[in-house]
Ligand binder design. Structure first.
Ligand SMILES: CC(=O)SCCNC(=O)CCNC(=O)[C@H](O)C(C)(C)COP(=O)(O)OP(=O)(O)OC[C@H]1O[C@@H](n2cnc3c(N)ncnc32)[C@H](O)[C@@H]1OP(=O)(O)O
Length: 432
């Protein structure tokens, strides 16, 4: 059963995260490290694991702080875990959180560790504003050497015209094409004929399901309060709109193209938050008296041409993960797909159901299959909950592992699109 290597299986013991909030709001004073600390602390408290037991941290992030890019190690140090707790930080754009968890699982299967914390965090609110290279080139030699006043005078002319020295506004844009993610998703909507109405209906459903999950107390086991700006406690995800309606969504203006169909309502918002997952070798978990929730049957990563359909990666990665697990889509009980944009999820679903796509892109004789809407994103997704880039994968693993345990279902398939044209997927199976 599952990924058993060297007689070892990595199991998901528990997950915990901060509530997710809109960027530049409650968490303005909490950077990615602080958010990671809060998620990890909540996790260790929830499972009552002594800090000295944690052997390592594998962390994911996208907007890494330049002064301390190994966020995982900073979390270990800030929390005063054992100094021997090793840590590294990975980045795979929006799939960084899943990358961290699957890297941790692989390390446990290889026998490198028995207890790891894996997850991710991002703070768009604390993204660093980049100085123009012209300014850096003019001043760096002065700052690094022993400059005389004459050196400063000779640097001054290099700084003209002054208009070129204005710091660049950070953009969620694809480096190789220059296209903003929303523009790429807008092109996908046109090419795959995804209507505005279909996008809004999908977004509404995401909010309704997330709101229902919160109202039912379903997230109380995985979302833990955080003290934000001004000492105000945040208890739950603040982007979820229980009162959203199709009429309200239909009135929103296009966000990325004048005649476009993507809006603030059917796109994920820029978000701050952190999420952590506790992985153990199955033997260790049972020896310590923990009841594992789930394990990975497989995972897969792939890429597509960013100038073609940037966010189509999951349409290739999900079938790859299914094949590696020896399963078909029809065998899967729950599907959880990261919702960067409704247009992107609906495009991926359309390709999974397309025999032509299966033949031309997957080398399969028949379509992967239709995803049953009742099995898809059962507690909402990134449109409603928000998308702190590095945290999303760990959020999805936690929610699906808990859902498998709660419902006694067997399998869950995860899919994440990511910048660079990357696609990520994993199959989880319940562990009894
Ligand atoms: C691989 C990947 O994940 S790629 C994805 C990476 N992420 C991104 O690219 C981020 C994409 N999102 C964005 O850039 C931004 O969220 C945008 C541009 C879409 C919108 O940003 P903003 O304009 O700041 O959104 P804001 O939250 O203010 O919403 C705009 C309006 O829509 C309204 N609105 C938003 N959602 C809803 C909703 N569900 N129902 C009703 N109204 C809504 C807001 O109330 C607001 O109304 P107001 O202007 O009257 O106050």
């Amino acid at each position: 059963m599952g990924n058993v290597k060297n007689g070892r299986r990595a199991v998901i013991v528990a997950g915990a995260r901060t509530p997710f909030v809109k960027a530049f709001s409650e968490y303005i004073e909490l950077d990615a490290i602080a958010l990671g600390v809060l998620a990890t602390k909540a996790l260790l408290k929830k499972v009552d694991l002594p800090y000295r037991e944690v052997e390592g941290i594998v962390w994911g992030g996208v907007i890494l702080p330049s002064g301390a890019p190994n966020v995982g190690r900073e979390i270990a140090l800030d929390l005063r875990l054992d100094p021997g707790c090793e840590a590294y930080t990975v980045t795979r754009a929006c799939a960084s959180g899943l990358q961290a968890v699957t890297s941790g699982a692989a390390a446990i299967e290889r026998g490198e560790a028995d207890i790891l914390i894996c997850g991710g965090a991002d703070s768009t609110s604390n993204a660093e504003v980049k100085l123009p290279q012209k300014l850096v080139h003019a001043f760096a030699p002065l700052a690094l050497g022993k400059p005389t006043p004459a050196d400063y005078l000779s640097a001054a002319p290099k700084l003209l015209p002054l208009t070129e020295l204005i710091p660049r506004q950070p953009k969620v844009a694809e480096r190789s094409t220059g296209e903003v993610m929303g523009e790429s998703a807008e092109r996908m909507a046109r090419r795959n004929e995804i209507s505005r109405e279909a996008q809004d209906a999908f977004a509404l459903r995401s909010h309704q399901r997330a709101a229902a999950a919160i109202a039912s107390g379903r997230f109380e086991d995985e979302v833990f309060p955080v003290q934000g700006a001004g000492g105000k406690w945040v208890h739950t995800d603040t982007l979820v709109r229980a009162d959203s309606t199709l009429e309200k969504l239909a009135k929103l203006r296009p966000a990325f193209a004048r005649e476009g169909t993507l809006t603030a309502g059917n796109s994920s918002a820029l978000t701050d938050g952190g999420a952590a997952v506790l992985l153990m070798s199955e033997e260790k978990a049972r020896a310590l008296g923990y009841k594992p929730l789930a394990a990975f049957s497989s995972w897969a990563y792939t890429g597509v041409d960013p100038s073609d359909q940037l966010l189509m990666g999951p349409a290739l990665a999900m079938p790859k993960a299914l094949a590696r697990a020896g399963l078909r889509l029809a065998d899967i009980d729950l599907v959880d797909m990261h919702e960067a944009f409704a247009a992107q999820v609906l495009s991926v679903l359309k390709m999974l159901a397309s025999p032509a796509f299966a033949r031309s892109r997957l080398g399969l004789d028949e379509a992967v299959g239709e995803v049953d809407p009742e099995r898809l994103n059962v507690h909402g997704g990134s449109i409603a909950l928000g998308h702190p880039f590095g945290a999303t994968g760990a959020r999805m693993v936690t929610t699906m592992a808990n859902e498998l345990a709660r419902t006694q279902k067997k399998t869950a398939l995860l899919g994440i699109c990511a910048a660079g044209g990357l696609g990520a997927a994993a199959v989880l199976e319940r562990v009894d």
